[in-house]
Write a new protein. Structure first.
Length: 276
């Protein structure tokens, strides 16, 4: 979902509109009611809604969608015949039919020059083949994540930020690929955009292994952090595991040290060898 600006106050949710995109004119659906936003809060790259779709625009959209289906089927056939190591994902036809964009994935670089010639000869328009990654493939197809919601990249994320294993560690996620990977097989996007929030919530929270005192008396060692609940699992000196809220922590009493001993006896300065 992208943000656009408009001067048409009659637009409402679910209206079909013509918009300017980075690829060219396209048809979109208004997802929310319009609202007034101060100029200084507008994104610098925000684009305009050209107009509300007419009946003629909607008929043209149907024709474009049919062209996309035909182009996809034709391209599939040519890829198989030429034995190209690539997987066609989708085809996008610009609203004015000035270009057809073919999205594909591949493990390595592909020489598709002959394929482009086939497509130009067939459709008589500008052709662009665009290689995308696994995360963008999932964005195009969509689906549900392990949380039961629409995957973030199709729901509200526009930029796909870099995700690292360190982010999973900071959020106490199990480092099991099946647990922290999305439909694309890569690390889940939510690990990135929730990362800063977890760092903020962990600020001032004792780390695992630190000795702490608890309000009930006694002390223990932190063995687990529950960041969302704001609690710690503490293994007490009595051998029990208890859950403690941050506000109930106390400074631990110092551990008893070894018995005090006098200074070691001083030997001769010459190392005990005696006089010569």
């Amino acid at each position: 979902m992208l943000n656009f600006q408009t001067s048409d106050e009659t637009l409402k949710k679910n209206d079909a509109v013509i918009v300017n995109t980075e690829n060219g004119p396209s048809v979109g659906i208004v997802a929310t009611d319009s609202k007034v936003v101060p100029l200084h809060l507008l994104p610098t790259d925000i684009r305009n809604i050209v107009r509300k779709c007419t009946d003629e625009d909607l008929r043209a959209l149907e024709q474009n969608q049919k062209l996309e289906r035909d182009a996809r089927e034709f391209c599939f056939g040519r890829i198989r015949e030429r034995g190209l190591p690539m997987k066609l994902i989708s085809v996008e036809c610009l609203f004015d039919r000035s270009k057809l964009i073919f999205f594909f994935t591949a493990d390595n670089r592909v020489d598709f020059r002959e394929l482009v010639k086939d497509l130009v000869q067939k459709f008589k328009t500008r052709i662009e083949l665009r290689q995308i990654g696994a995360r963008n493939e999932s964005r195009i197809f969509g689906g549900l994540g392990v949380c039961g919601q629409k995957i973030c990249c199709t729901n509200f994320l526009y930029n796909l930020d870099r995700v690292s294993v360190k982010m999973a560690k900071e959020q106490n996620m199990p480092l099991n690929p099946e647990k922290i990977s999305g439909l694309c097989g890569r690390l889940m996007c939510c690990l990135a955009f929730e990362y800063d929030s977890y760092l903020e919530m962990k600020r001032g929270m004792p780390k695992c292994g630190k000795r702490v005192g608890i309000a009930q008396g006694g002390a223990g060692k932190v063995i687990r952090q529950n960041i969302l609940k704001g609690t710690l699992a503490v293994y007490t000196e009595e051998g029990k595991e208890v859950e403690v809220e941050i506000k109930d922590l106390r400074e631990p009493q110092p551990l008893p040290g070894p018995a005090a001993e006098g200074p070691p006896p001083r030997g001769p300065r010459n190392g005990g060898r005696g006089k010569r």
